[in-house]
Design a protein around this ligand. Structure first.
Ligand code: PFF
Length: 472
């Protein structure tokens, strides 16, 4: 007999935990870079439309599926489909995807931890030297950081849903908001900061092409932690009396506000460093930004606030990213943990140890694929490019499969579970939702154009990444 399912203690607890999942490296770095390179205010508008018109209904679908079934994603698909074999496949996708995304995200978070420690040790000047990153990620110290990070994350998970995940979110998320605002307020008082704000917010419609729109959609979907089984699992920890539409809106709004605010931090800092800069030339990758470019910018702050001040600024930034990444990792590792507990009846701690063991090995395989181990570094050829094991995991599970998972959730909820049942679940805890315009929109869009858009994003990604041919 398994113990009664744990639930989040309060609505605020759920919102903070889900926002903790949603707010991650994507918000703090990938979003400001994408907005900067893709038309500033025009991109912000397109992104906001995608979040609220496309992603929010998908989030409601995932949460409703989880809460109705009271299960992990594998169990949710099995139970709600009445055991149909075909519909079990999306359940498995919603398990393996978070498992593998966690692996590569762990590695990036290890690097953030390493940069935080180096900054606190007074070595910001070394981080700013271009060759440091390559040396650091290939040094054995990364294994020690991996152990520390996994102990912290699995320690939170071991305390359970309410005392672990919810309590950590209630402590860490307000801390993250305060640190982010503190850094923004500080940087806005610096010379040339307003040039950055202007660049960030001025709409440049000429940059809005099909590729930018496709990327904005993919970014919004990833940022809200959709297609990863997380919202299904967190939905199963929601109480029936809480409103799914209301809570989902709060999570989407928080996530978007944090992403927007991160832009108000990054752009002014860059322009303070170099008012003549052409930000469209910034690196596309988040890793390039965090580990190669930003340390240089932080170091340049020493001219106005001294080396100690610049190091303090950098340390708060790396800590902020670390906190955001840890709360995201907690949510994503909870998915396989919940699955082992629900599906195999395994005790929670045992499930955590088993998953941590496998993830540790896979994370090491990713970490050594930057030169330490040759065959993992040159793992295989994809569309004429040599990709490492790390690249491959990122390519399959992060770039490719997320929109597919989202598409399957929409089809499943509307056509297998059926509209009426989905509506009933959304009305539980929110009677005013019944018959509202929002309800009609959610119901219609999830059965029609949202899956279509996700299908297009999926097809385009496959064509581009595996065949080197982009449709738009
Ligand atoms: N919303 C997260 C982000 O923007 O970084 C997405 C995510 C990634 C969630 C990795 C969880 C995770 F482990």
């Amino acid at each position: 007999m398994s113990a009664a399912r744990e639930h989040f203690g309060s609505r605020l607890g759920f919102i903070l935990a889900a926002a903790g999942s949603a707010v991650g490296i994507g918000n703090l770095v990938a979003f400001p870079v994408a907005a900067t390179k893709s038309g500033g205010g025009a991109f912000l508008l397109v992104y906001a439309l995608f979040v609220f018109l496309i992603c929010l209904p998908v989030m409601m679908a995932e949460l409703a599926l989880g809460r109705q079934s009271d299960k992990d994603p594998v169990g949710a698909y099995r139970q709600v489909s009445g055991g149909s074999i075909g519909w079990r496949i999306p359940g498995w996708f919603a398990l393996i995807t978070p498992f593998m995304i966690a692996v590569f995200y762990l590695v990036v978070t290890v690097w953030v931890l390493g940069y935080l420690v180096a900054t606190l040790g007074g070595n910001l000047d070394q981080l700013a030297a271009g060759e440091h990153f390559g040396q650091f990620i290939n040094s054995p110290i990364v294994f020690a950081y991996l152990v520390v990070l996994m102990l912290a994350i699995n320690g939170i998970l071991a305390m359970g849903v309410k005392d672990g995940i919810e309590r950590a979110a209630k402590t860490l998320m307000p801390m993250l908001f305060v640190m982010l605002l503190g850094l923004v307020v500080f940087v806005l008082t610096q010379e040339n900061a307003m040039l950055g704000v202007k660049y960030y917010l001025t709409p440049d419609l000429s940059k809005l092409n099909a590729e930018v729109v496709n990327n904005a959609m993919a970014q919004a979907f990833f940022s809200l932690s959709l297609g990863m089984g997380i919202m299904i699992t967190y939905g199963s920890y929601m109480k029936k009396r809480d409103s799914i539409p209301g809570s989902a809106k709060a999570v989407a709004l928080t996530d978007t506000l944090v992403a927007f605010t991160a832009g108000l931090l990054i752009l002014p800092t860059i322009f303070h460093f170099n008012p003549q800069i052409d930000p469209t030339e910034l690196s596309d990758s988040s890793a390039g930004m965090i580990f190669l470019f930003l340390p240089k910018i932080f170091l340049a702050l020493q001219e106005s606030i001294g080396y100690f001040g610049a190091s303090a600024f950098a340390a708060v930034f790396f800590f902020l990213v670390l906190v955001a990444a840890i709360t995201s990792l907690v949510s994503i590792i909870e998915v396989p943990v919940a699955t082992l507990c629900d599906e195999r009846g395994m005790e929670r701690k045992k499930a955590i140890y088993s998953i941590a063991g496998v993830q540790f090995i896979l994370a090491i395989a990713c970490a050594v694929s930057f030169g330490m181990v040759g065959w993992l570094t040159e793992f295989m050829q994809v569309a004429g490019n040599t990709v490492s094991f790390f690249d491959l995991v990122e390519l399959i599970f992060y770039s490719t499969i997320l929109p597919l998972n989202g598409l399957l959730v929409c089809l499943f909820v509307i056509y297998k579970w059926k509209r009426a049942n989905f509506d009933r679940e959304l009305q539980e805890g929110d009677p005013s939702f019944a018959g509202s315009l929002s309800q009609k929109y959610v119901n219609f869009s999830l059965g029609t154009f949202i899956p279509l858009i996700l299908l297009l994003v999926f097809i385009n990604t496959v064509a581009e990444k595996y065949f080197g041919h982009s449709f738009f």
